[in-house]
Design a binder for this molecule. Structure first.
Ligand code: SF4
Length: 266
């Protein structure tokens, strides 16, 4: 258990102690392996935690290392990903695993050179695998910071990078939520929260992009086409020209004559 230093900001110390006592247990929190953290972070992008757990466990059972994933055919990777949505993430994860397996991990400040790894995921690898004192900034973290630390983050104590980062994830997901913050229902940071004191919690919340409906959407059509492609290896482009063009643009398929194929098929 990480214990805060005596000089630590009181709110930060409270956050660390609260997480040590009440932090959620997820399979990706039982490892500090960079590859496992990368898999979890990519799966968690745009997908709820509860849905990700069985996918993460199945994925790690099947491909426990970057080199194991690198050796897998793309069709298998896309097949196992089915149901998580946004399959471009799987394609990028596969490409990243190949890069890592062939050349090793990039330097810390060049993690974003891996396919599909942006500043958030790079920071998450540093924080959740390496324990570095960096806060991966997603919408949850941005919201908690805006509400509870409007003067800026007071600083992460030595050795507490992982615990602080995970505590922020729990707090933002289950307590300091966008629409129903639990300020008066046991929030560990209620004491000293000026937004809650002033009744301005929702007002200081950064705006969030709305996600469009899936049923009947273009995303759904793309999903249908990719599922067929993964199962059959090839489909006629005119089955859905627009969706086919989108899959090609995302590197998930290629056009060969009048057919759509997976990028790796001969
Ligand atoms: S008191 Fe409310 S606004 Fe402040 S950190 Fe807790 S849940 Fe968020």
């Amino acid at each position: 258990m990480t214990r805060p230093a005596p000089t630590c900001d009181p709110a930060v110390a409270t956050l660390i102690e609260w997480f040590a006592a009440d932090g959620a247990d997820f399979p990706w929190r039982r490892t500090r392996d960079r590859y496992a953290v990368l898999v979890a972070e990519v799966q968690l992008q745009s997908t709820q935690v509860a849905r990700v757990v069985p996918y993460f466990e199945a994925w790690m059972d099947r491909w426990p290392s970057a080199c194991a994933l690198a050796a897998a055919p793309l069709a298998d990777v896309l097949g196992v990903w089915q149901g998580l949505g946004y399959p471009r993430r799987a394609r990028n994860l596969h490409l990243a695993a190949r890069q890592i397996c062939a050349s090793g991990w990039p330097e810390d400040d060049r993690l974003t050179e891996l396919p599909g790894v942006g500043p958030y995921t790079a920071a998450a690898i540093r924080c959740f695998a390496d324990g570095a004192p960096v806060l991966p900034h997603d919408t949850n973290v941005a919201r908690v910071l805006a509400r509870r630390f409007p003067d800026g983050w007071p600083g992460t104590p030595d050795g507490a990078g992982w615990a602080v980062g995970q505590a922020f994830m729990d707090l933002g997901r289950a307590w300091c939520t966008a629409r129903a913050p639990r300020c008066e229902s046991g929030c560990p940071l209620r004491s000293g929260c000026r937004a809650a004191d002033a009744g301005l919690v929702l007002e200081v919340t950064p705006p969030r992009r709305r996600q469009s409906r899936f049923a009947g959407s273009f995303r759904q059509r793309r999903g249908f086409l990719l599922r067929e492609l993964t199962a059959d290896g090839a489909v006629p482009i005119d089955r859905d020209v627009e969706a086919a063009a989108s899959l090609v643009a995302d590197g998930l398929a290629r056009a060969v004559g009048a057919e759509l194929m997976l990028p790796e098929r001969p």
